[in-house]
Design a protein around this ligand. Structure first.
Ligand SMILES: [Fe+2]
Length: 398
């Protein structure tokens, strides 16, 4: 998004573009493309240049005056704050059988893809219809696929992570009202975001320990490796490539591989970054146990405005609820319960199934809507061992 600016208004961090206009017709137009450094700015001011074109979308955050900042179009934080995704069309029980098939097919596809790339084979056509099925299932009842992704925790993380990031990125994109085509690309990008890991040596990728600096350097190449690999396939949309290369970038500029910051990171890149970390935190791994969802969300919340774009984490939390589906919780009256349905209007007051009373007596999964008058509030998240039951089994998730 280009904008003409006079030399006296130019600031360090603004991104100058060469628009290709003739030097003969515009001899005083500065057009050396790139981000302005303090030295360049000093040199330009001493020269005879009078103006330049800048690309508002590529300027560093803070380099634009408010009136130009306000001209930047449709970023996620400008989506209506009150936007809510459409309600489910069927119950979770009705959607679960189809969601289970979609999840299993996606998991097989992720496995074939990751293992195939390692062997030099890649089958892209099978991925797109799969993403269509994911979106269709989310439209019917998003809780069904979410619960399969996040409550089973039985399969290999390498592959479930691809499916989980695909499902939750599409869910997030849908939840903030992105157009259908971008939701589709976000889902596909989520599925393919880590393909570069297939090109990382297995002894580093699967090391059950902390990586040393050299190994970490190799590991951090995976966004670029994935981007290059996918780019060779002409059928891959640009948005999908963006997710592959941007999902480890950070709002503050401290990420990799490019150290992009602020609005230089695409909206879907920001979505994938948040979902990627949420899935990693809330997944069971060889070296760490399960973390309650609300704890993972509170860690993300503490990273807002630093690693993550301001406003984005808050939207993700609003979408999942402070206590997402499947969270084990303790209530004010001492009962222990499992969240069976998030409440976007009142995120602290979801529907639950009561599992145990204060004395530890079985309550037979009695449904309870905590948003109703007189119902107890949630005191804290608890671990499944405190609940004495598997939340997935309580919810009837196979
Ligand atoms: Fe990654």
């Amino acid at each position: 998004m280009y904008h003409k600016i006079s030399v006296q208004d130019m600031r360090t961090g603004m991104y100058v573009v060469n628009t290709g206009v003739s030097w003969l017709q515009h001899p005083y137009l500065y057009d050396a493309e790139g981000e302005l450094t303090p030295q360049q700015l000093t040199d330009i001011r001493k020269s005879e240049y009078t103006e330049a074109y800048i690309d508002l979308l590529r300027c560093r955050p803070g380099s634009l005056p408010p009136e130009l900042e306000a001209m930047i179009p449709t970023t996620v934080e400008e989506y209506p704050a009150g936007f809510l995704p459409p309600p489910p069309k069927v119950s979770i029980e009705q959607e679960l059988p189809r969601a289970r098939k979609v999840f299993q097919t996606s998991l097989n596809m992720a496995k074939n893809m990751m293992d195939g790339i390692r062997k030099g084979q890649f089958d892209m056509p099978s991925a797109e219809p799969l993403v269509e099925n994911i979106l269709e299932s989310l439209d019917q009842n998003a809780d069904a696929l979410f619960s399969l992704c996040k409550l089973r925790q039985k399969d290999d993380y390498t592959y479930t992570h691809c499916v989980n990031v695909s499902v939750m990125s599409a869910l997030f994109a849908r939840g903030i009202g992105l157009p259908q085509g971008e939701i589709q690309s976000t889902g596909l990008g989520g599925l393919l975001h880590d393909v570069g890991k297939s090109l990382i040596p297995l002894n580093i990728l699967n090391a059950p320990r902390r990586l040393n600096d050299q190994e970490m350097g190799i590991m951090k190449r995976h966004p670029l490796l994935g981007y290059d690999y996918l780019k060779k396939n002409a059928a891959i949309p640009d948005e999908v490539l963006q997710i592959a290369i941007e999902h480890h970038e950070q709002f503050c500029g401290g990420g990799y591989p490019k150290g992009l910051s602020g609005k230089n990171i695409s909206v879907i890149g920001r979505i994938a970054a948040i979902v990627d970390v949420f899935d990693a935190l809330s997944s069971k791994r060889v070296y760490k146990d399960l973390m309650p969802f609300s704890k993972a969300l509170s860690i993300l919340y503490s990273m807002r405005g630093k690693e993550f774009f301001p406003g984005m984490v808050e939207r993700f939390i609003r979408l999942l609820g402070v206590y997402p589906l499947g969270s084990a919780v303790e209530l004010e009256d001492g009962c222990k319960a499992v969240v069976s349905e998030a409440n976007m209007a009142a995120p602290m007051r979801p529907r639950v199934l009561l599992v145990r009373d204060k004395a530890g007596k079985d309550m037979g999964r009695t449904p309870c809507d905590l948003s109703k008058d007189g119902q107890p509030g949630i005191v804290r998240s608890i671990n499944p061992w405190e609940l004495g039951a598997d939340p997935a089994a309580v919810l009837g998730i196979p």
